[in-house]
Design a protein around this ligand. Structure first.
Ligand code: 9D3
Length: 256
């Protein structure tokens, strides 16, 4: 899969991409990621990419022509991209469903917004405007990396162990169950009570049916506590629905 990323801070994209799972996928040529410096598509001596907003007001706006020239150059090289994504606070919220949709495309362009915004006429060539959540960032580069990471790891061959992609929490709609590794007992770890240092007995029991049930219960309990909104869209089997009913009953008894 090919990504083209247009930004005024190419280093913000290139540095993180060199490391980790995506870096290895790029080395292995499973992913082709091209980063473009928007200033390379200016024509003036000072390589200006922004200007004052018509009508007045604070801050600056990204000029349209460099963005259009960057898109033209990408199109001349790789043909019309299947998606042109603008990262912006005005975008629709980015979700795992959106990541899945984009991961099915051969070529995606990411335009990183900056300053107070982007000249409205650029949107004529944008297919998707995406925000990553309700908090204020300094620009669209981190959101573009978030989108790239979430989309790329769904491309076959990017993540080494396909099982971790398939079993991922948001694809099933529940939070993960708690994980433990050795040692089975931790002492003097600054824990209030000794019991907190022990791995739950069931995980050491070798009883795989009991372990599966415990994990379901813990995942459901956490989801009910922290992200009850997820339960509406979760795909639960009969056993999970039964455990959830019990957890809800216990909670209402404790609450009442
Ligand atoms: C809606 C906020 N704007 C009010 C005047 C100002 C503004 C804040 C932050 C304009 C641009 C930005 C830079 N943020 C992004 O470009 C951005 C973003 C974000 O801030 N939060 C979550 N997702 C995204 S995607 C792009």
């Amino acid at each position: 899969m090919r990504f083209d990323i247009v930004t005024i801070f190419p280093a913000m994209i290139e540095q993180p991409l060199a490391a980790g799972i995506l870096g290895r996928a790029i080395e292995r040529r499973v992913l082709d990621v091209r980063v473009h410096d928007l200033r390379d598509f200016t024509t003036d001596r000072h390589r200006v990419v922004d200007d004052m907003p018509y009508g007045g007001g604070p801050g600056m706006v990204l000029k349209p022509e460099p963005l259009f020239r960057a898109l033209d150059a990408i199109e001349a090289d790789a043909g019309r991209p299947r998606a042109v994504v603008l990262t912006s606070p005005q975008g629709v919220r980015f979700t795992q469903d959106e990541a899945r949709r984009l991961s099915g495309l051969p070529h995606v362009v990411l335009l990183c917004g900056r300053y107070e915004g982007v000249d409205e006429r650029v949107r004529a060539r944008v297919t998707d405007e995406i925000s990553i959540g309700d908090y204020v960032l300094s620009g669209g580069e981190l959101p573009a990396l978030v989108v790239l990471d979430a989309v790329a790891r769904l491309v076959p061959g990017v993540v080494g162990d396909e099982r971790s992609v398939v079993e991922d929490s948001f694809s099933r709609g529940l939070l993960d169950f708690p994980q433990y590794t050795r040692p089975a007992e931790l002492t003097a770890a600054g824990l209030a009570e000794p019991a907190a240092g022990r791995v739950p007995e069931v995980l050491l029991s070798g009883n795989h049916a009991a372990i599966r049930r415990w994990r379901k219960r813990e995942a459901l309990s956490r989801t009910l506590d922290r992200r009850p909104d997820l339960l509406a869209g979760a795909e639960l089997d009969a056993e999970e629905r039964e455990i959830l009913r019990e957890l809800e009953r216990l909670r209402s008894e404790r609450g009442a």
